[in-house]
Design a protein around this ligand. Sequence first.
Ligand SMILES: *[C@@H]1O[C@H](CO)[C@@H](O)[C@H](O)[C@H]1NC(C)=O
Ligand SMILES: *[C@@H]1O[C@H](CO)[C@@H](O)[C@H](O)[C@H]1NC(C)=O
Ligand SMILES: *[C@@H]1O[C@H](CO)[C@@H](O)[C@H](O)[C@H]1NC(C)=O
Length: 640
Amino acid sequence: MRTLLWLAGLLHAQEVLAGVFGSPAPCHDEESCKVRLSTLTSKLDELRDEMRGKHLTLQALEEIRGGILSGRRVELPSAQRQHLERGSPMISEVTFDARHRPVSTNVTRHFQWQRVIAPELQVRQHAFLHLKKSPGSKSASALLVLLDSESKLSIYSLENEPLLDRFDLGHEGKIIQLELSPTQENHFVVTVGEDNGIRVHNIKIIAKKQKTDVKDGEKEEEKEKEKKDKDVRTLNVTASLATQFTLSHGELEETRKLNVVLPIERGSQTFFIAGDSLGGVSVFFRNGTMRGRVRVTEDPGGVKGLIRAQGQQQVLFYSSHAFGFFSPSQVDLQYPPCTGWNSPLYDLAMEPGYSTGRVLLALQDGDVLVYATTRGKSKACDLALKFPHVSVLPFNLHSFRGHVMALATPLPDMEKKDEYVREIFFFNMAAMENGYGSAPSRAITLQASFKPKQPETLAMLGQPAAGPGGAGEKAKSQVAIRFKEEKGVELYDLTLRTPPPPKAAADSSSSNGWDMSSLLNWFPKVGVFGIALVGVIFWNIKKVSGQSSGSPGPEMDDFDEELFKEKLRERRANQADLDRRTMPIEIEVSNACTAWRSAKLYPSKDEDIGGSLPRTLARFHAQHKAGQRRHSSVCLLEGL
Ligand SMILES: *[C@@H]1O[C@H](CO)[C@@H](O)[C@H](O)[C@H]1NC(C)=O
Ligand SMILES: *[C@@H]1O[C@H](CO)[C@@H](O)[C@H](O)[C@H]1NC(C)=O
Ligand SMILES: *[C@@H]1O[C@H](CO)[C@@H](O)[C@H](O)[C@H]1NC(C)=O
């Protein structure tokens, strides 16, 4: 029925088209005809603009569809991508942010796979333990400390030799945190249990050259290790309990829960700093005696994290909406905490090249903010920079050679959290500092996807803070990544050049129009012409139907035109509104256009992905299956 109507419309259109461009037109003299023609032309221009908008929408849909089909990632303007990503985890997997497209996505180039360490172990937490460099030794001087799902401690060499096998740390219940000693001078691990207990174990590492004699009273188990190096050491690693203590209940019988603990070393003294759920920071001596406690925040959840700052003179603490510097020697805050963001804080790190004193804040909504804590010589709390928003997942932050290495990590209570692809982004601090010009930014040096594996946590070994040309540039960096639902951790060599420092005076010509203009550039010129033609037809159909429904006449005709114009303006306003707030992709695209996009939308067995698709795409899918097909020009007409 509808098809018939449309056909009729088309026939009319042809007649009227002939009328407009051919002989008898409803104008009386040359003057009025000219006016007539010019209004017609301007209307056509408006129409063309609107149709172009529609076309861009369709183009974006088509691009996404192409991406889904081919496995290639599509570039989407930032605003579109952010909007879509919120509803559908899949979008982040099949698209890039067009403006902040990563310079590289070549994982194999930058991550050289070495080996799996502890392949039989269900690892929960892992960290590198630095060893004192023995003279003449060139081998990487670190061990990997692993905590497994049964809260047992294992220590492996980076060659995957077990040195300590599933040592019981003696906590009742699960261990919620594991921290290592801050220096190479003496080795220990600090663990916090669900039971609110803190236990400190000394790690004794005795290295013996294979050819040296066995020491008195020590039986050396002969391990046959075939190494080209002459510098083969046998390590004997033992763990023993040094101290244990607990956070006492407050005077008012309030139940504080230990959230986080951090060992610091000052001179020959070791302190343990503990943050609790009631916003308190406590300082303990090495022997477990409490030195003092002070409440630093009122935020719900209390102290979430502690970081060493300024050569262990200070400790940086953070809660959901504040961070500040705490002095362990004075057991007090030195300045008021810094606040000023809305989404809760997820992770915090010092900027690479610590001297700047700037702090990186990863928020739960995926934003990363940079706060300056000094202004000249005085203390400050100034928002200095915001990273491009390229993920809806919050980031875990690490520093690496002028880069911030950020691992996208879903929150435990997030909807569809397992569907999000977890990638490691390397943000180039200097590029972000210089500002973005009109060209795609170089803010993201590398976006590393390990599909189908999902990285869960990572630990770094190397000189994270090395500046360009610094000593760390040549040193090997290694990263140990634990993947979701995989046993053990995987060790990679990590190579990435340190970017040049930021330009002092950045000649950043700010531009907002990049996204739009580049979209327009994609649009083929031929298409504009075709759409203009269809626009002529459409306009005439409107006119004809207006004439045939009511009494024909000049007034009626004018009225109809006014109405039409108004409709158009309204629609355009709505459209602009939509563009600004939401997405062109949510604009109604009518049934017939499924036919215009005549190619099949998805492989037929993909029906089950419908649920996670953006609504419009899903509807396309459904309608295509219903097999509706119409002529392409009709589709565009109706699409208006
Ligand atoms: C990634 O880098 C490696 C090593 O540089 C190179 O051999 C490979 O061709 C690159 N892959 C892609 C897809 O560019
Ligand atoms: C390691 O050293 C401890 C003493 O420090 C000793 O009891 C143990 O037997 C040694 N183990 C090995 C394998 O040498
Ligand atoms: C723990 O060490 C501190 C300082 O070193 C000392 O003042 C305190 O008395 C010690 N406590 C115990 C129980 O030994």
